[in-house]
Design a protein around this ligand. Structure first.
Ligand code: 5AD
Ligand code: SF4
Length: 433
């Protein structure tokens, strides 16, 4: 799932020696970027750096950029622009610009426009971030722990299983900036997840742009899931984002048989109109998507599904949009991220062709349909039992990814069954059983 273009820092965890240097990591965009930022944080940590949210206190700044929509790119660019003043006050400070917008715009452009930037590392070359660090800060001392749990919540850790995307959705810039899909070996994936579990994580999220298309040698996605589900210490396994095209019977069986596989899926649909889906080259119809939801819910009763929608795709008529609105209820989505179409190419046929006013109006209408539907979905859980992984003594997340509050809960990191008694806004309230 791509979250709205927010900026936040990766958490290094652990106590900081007061004299150590600090890095401020500003992350824009999706979970993929957040996972990359965790890796970047680890590389800094090996050099004795700790994390800060305060630019003023930082000795190095990393801007991990996104370009999925123009707004995301603009935000990253203005963030970089604001670093000029920081660098003037701290000329020895290091500025790293990484990620998807860095890939798209390139080193020449970025260094030309922002002469204070030290290093530019595109999303495709993120594995080579270490080389940039060596250039700027020297090599890391040997023997430092490589596998630290760097997550804000000690329960959840991300493991990237593939990079890039080999599909060609018409609106999407990801394949151009991240390149075709490349899968990591099951050994690398399982070692990474195992290390994170050993460091205290209870929940692992397997990440990839079309995560369920995973294939490495003979190992399929379903086989990888089965292996990951057997890792010691794992309480819950999630993955994101799957693509409707890659679900198969083997996966349905895993879902049916493995209770630790989360009862939530983020399954982007993008539009409820067959005409638009075709233009988007999504590879499925509305009917096929709904049929898939039915099969998933048959395999995992109570499964919650969230999604992404794009409004205002070129040529989207009022009728197409109505089809999208109707899909909100029909799909029974627990949540949906809604985006205004953002042209990512100069090709004239891909220009936005409805007015900004109409675009906004459609977005608002869709958001309120989503909100209304989420309320129904939450209310539908009253009287049911959910399994909660506690983050604090009285707050946690259910397998369906609902936020759950209880009066007397469990120890952080523990799992408990909770009877849902009421629902408010985005939260379920209940009592442990
Ligand atoms: N315009 C608007 N939304 C987009 N997304 C991807 N590309 C675009 C674009 N050009 C949305 C899709 C995708 C999510 C990550 O971002 O909904 O699922
Ligand atoms: Fe983009 Fe489509 Fe690939 Fe998702 S599946 S990253 S929307 S091209």
């Amino acid at each position: 799932m791509q979250k709205p273009e927010t900026s936040k820092s990766a958490d290094l965890g652990g106590g900081a020696a007061p004299s150590s240097k600090r890095v401020c990591i500003l992350t824009f965009g999706c979970q993929m970027n957040e996972a990359d930022s965790e890796g970047i944080a680890a590389a800094f940590r090996r050099r004795g750096y700790t994390l800060t949210d305060e630019l003023k206190k930082a000795d190095a700044v990393v801007v991990n950029t996104c370009t999925v929509r123009q707004k995301a790119e603009d935000k990253a660019i203005s963030q970089i622009g604001r670093l000029r003043v920081w660098k003037e006050k701290k000329p020895e400070g290091k500025v790293f610009v990484v990620g998807c917008a860095a890939q798209k715009l390139g080193e020449k452009y970025l260094k030309g426009r922002f002469d204070f930037v030290n290093e530019v590392v595109g999303a495709r070359a993120i594995e080579r971030f270490e080389d940039s660090l060596i250039r700027q800060l020297g090599p890391a001392p040997e023997g430092e722990a490589q596998h630290q749990n760097l997550y804000r919540s000690p329960q959840t850790a991300y493991t990237t299983i593939m990079r890039g995307c080999s599909l060609k959705c018409s609106y999407c810039i990801v394949p151009a900036v991240r390149g075709p899909a490349v899968c990591l070996s099951p050994k690398a994936v399982l070692e990474d997840a195992a290390a994170k579990l050993k460091a205290g994580a209870k929940e692992i999220v397997l990440l990839g742009q079309t995560v369920n298309s995973y294939k490495y040698g003979k190992t399929t996605f379903s086989e990888l899931l089965r292996k990951a589900l057997r890792l010691p210490g794992l309480e819950r396994l999630r993955f994101m984002s799957p693509h409707p095209l890659y679900y198969d019977a083997a996966f349905m069986k895993v879902l049916e048989e493995e209770p630790k596989l989360a009862r939530h899926m983020h399954l982007p649909v993008q539009s409820g109109s067959d005409r638009i889906l075709k233009a988007m080259r999504r590879g499925y119809t509305r009917g096929q998507y709904l049929d898939l939801l039915a099969r998933l819910r048959k395999a995992a009763p109570g499964l919650a599904v969230s999604t992404d929608f794009i409004v205002g795709y070129p040529g989207e008529t009022r009728k197409d949009f109505q089809d999208t609105l109707k899909l909100v209820r029909e799909g029974g989505f627990s949540l949906a991220y809604c985006f205004k179409y953002s042209p990512r190419t100069d090709r004239p046929e891909m220009a936005a062709d409805i007015s900004e006013k109409e675009m906004e109006a459609r977005l608002e209408e869709l958001l309120s349909a989503v909100k209304e539907n989420s309320r129904l979905v939450l209310n539908g859980r009253i009287g049911k039992i959910v399994e909660v992984l506690f983050e604090t003594e009285n707050y946690g997340r259910s397998s369906e990814n609902f936020a759950v509050r209880v009066k007397a809960g469990g120890a952080p990191g523990s799992l408990s069954k909770v009877l849902v008694e009421s629902a408010e806004k985005n939260t379920l309230n209940g009592n442990t059983q």
